[in-house]
Design a protein around this ligand. Structure first.
Ligand SMILES: CC(C)=CCC/C(C)=C/CC/C(C)=C/CC/C(C)=C/COC[C@@H](COP(=O)(O)O)OC/C=C(\C)CC/C=C(\C)CC/C=C(\C)CCC=C(C)C
Ligand code: CTP
Ligand code: MG
Length: 177
């Protein structure tokens, strides 16, 4: 059934969403690249990827995994096929969140190489960098069917845009993309 597959997909990727949103909410301060330039003379990653955002992103995303694990442990979703101990969920969420932060940083690295300034839009790259990172890291500990990967990528484009528009309206972000 499609809705079950959709729910399973969003449930799986949720820690990565929270990691990405939390990095934005709690981010700022020292950038991960420490202001250094690449051999092309442009910034390595840029001021949009900070230590604080990365650490809080991974923490909040991993915490979501703990909540997910507890909910599954209480058999809240006994009609769905979610297996694994609480620790399994925490480990998976840690990988998904770390992957999301790394993917976002790789996306910024690519933007700088393409001479796109920090905060300027890069359609699809902005929406998908973090989720591709999350899927790659998540796949190491909990591989999912390829149709779920496609569903996650497709829905993330719209959920990320929606999330950014909400963040823009709330004044958390300066731009709506
Ligand atoms: C609960 C714990 C442990 C911590 C809470 C951490 C926290 C403050 C989370 C906030 C999550 C939230 C609902 C934020 C809404 C406001 C918002 C969108 C803020 C910032 O968004 C920034 C944006 C930055 O992106 P960029 O750096 O790449 O430009 O991030 C984009 C947004 C997202 C990726 C998604 C945000 C949406 C969600 C976290 C919830 C949406 C989830 C679904 C629709 C799926 C639900 C499905 C199931 C199965 C439950
Ligand atoms: N690891 C991270 C990721 C994000 N952020 C914060 O979240 C904001 C939004 O992230 P994003 O839109 O990805 O960054 P941009 O500022 O748009 O930069 P870029 O062009 O490099 O994507 C950043 O400005 C930064 O304050 C952070 O501090 N640390
Ligand atoms: Mg980005």
């Amino acid at each position: 059934m499609f809705y079950k597959l959709l729910f399973a997909s969003l449930w799986y990727i949720l820690p990565a969403y929270v990691a990405n949103a939390s990095a934005c909410i709690f981010g700022g301060g020292t950038p991960v690249d420490l202001g250094k330039n690449f051999i092309d003379g442009r910034r390595l990653i840029g001021n949009g990827v900070t230590y604080k955002g990365s650490v809080f992103g991974i923490l909040c995303g991993t915490l979501v995994g703990l909540i997910q694990g507890i909910l599954v442990d209480f058999n809240i979703f006994n009609s769905l096929d979610f297996y694994g101990t609480v620790l399994d969920h925490v480990i998976l969420a840690f990988f998904l969140s770390t992957g999301a932060v790394v993917g976002d940083a790789v996306g910024s690295f690519i933007k700088r190489r393409l001479n796109i300034e920090r905060g300027k839009p890069a359609p699809l790259l902005d929406q998908l960098d973090f989720v591709i990172g999350a899927l790659a890291f998540g796949y190491i500990v909990a591989p999912i069917p390829h149709e779920m990967i496609i569903i996650i990528c497709l829905f993330t484009v719209f959920i990320h845009l929606l999330g950014n528009i909400i963040a823009y309206k709330l004044g958390i972000k300066d731009v709506w993309w």
